[in-house]
Write a protein that binds this ligand. Sequence first.
Ligand SMILES: *Cc1c(COP(=O)(O)O)cnc(C)c1O
Length: 355
Amino acid sequence: MFKRLFTPGPTEVRPEILKELATPQIHHRSPEFSELYARIQPKLQAVLFTQNPVLLFTSSSTGAMEAASTNLVAKRCLNLVNGAFSKRWHEITVGNGVPCDAYEVPWDVAIKPEMVDEQLKTGKYDAVTLVFNETSTGMMNPLKEIAEVVRRYPDVLLLVDAVSGMAGAKIETDAWGVDYVLAGVQKAFALPPGLAVAAVSGRALERAKHVPPRSYYFNLPDMYKFHQKNQTPATPAIPQMFALDAQLDAIMAEGIEARFARHAKMAGIVQAWAKKYFDIYPEKGYWSQTLTCVKNTREIDASAMIKSLVNDYNARIENGYGDLKGKTFRIAHMGDVQVDQIQGLLRTLETIVGL
Ligand SMILES: *Cc1c(COP(=O)(O)O)cnc(C)c1O
């Protein structure tokens, strides 16, 4: 049976968008395909406040993270770590044999601009990876302020995982000077999994040309070459692109700013609820706009609560990630979820727990 998803990816996809997946196939070297590709491009650029090309990956977000690690580091990469996904990016970088160091802080602490400055001062690095919205902890790291610091180092590229933030929170890619910002579409875009996108700056593309190719599939200069023809090097997930095109129209129709405002409103409601009955895991001032990681201060049985929500109410939230399981639980308020649905969910949780 259909369950309403309040999970931080995959998120719920509206039936109208699911229907788009059934659009009759077109050939990826046909003019119709290039028209589809070209239609998607300016809308993605609008979501990301960028003039940079936004490349399409037929992979989950992890593929676009790997592309950054393998294409954009010539010297040494600094991986900023304060959660499971930023840790994963370090592991991806290590796993591909790319010189790197992890700078790790406790997972409930945000990455601060001064910390980044301290590391970059060493002169060891020419790229830095940051997870904007840490889905494992509900932490929104201060991207704008960190970008300001990174921009003082002309040779350092800023690579950002915005997987669970993009299309739910504002990212001013060009104004802030973000060189690479990626997301999978199954989170705040509210699309089925299978595609990732990344806006790539001219500086980053220039760097990629001079880095010895470490990957055949995730080759940014090659992807950019095809991008200029409104194509992809290999066969992309064409059904997903029909869905993306339609969903971007819906996002434009809602209004980008209105979409961000809806996310902010839902975040405020969930945060107030979490503070009233429990607490919030990350440090104050850095709570995510797209999901809330509730600190289980009442020591309720989070697994039992989720099980009841799934079995008795056909909805799903997510337990804490990894070691945080049971100690926290996560409520996503991202994608096409509406304010009244969030309010209904919170009342349901109150009923289940007996609050
Ligand atoms: C979900 C998520 C990922 C991994 O995404 P996949 O699409 O499963 O590869 C990476 N980073 C963040 C912040 C995420 O939320």
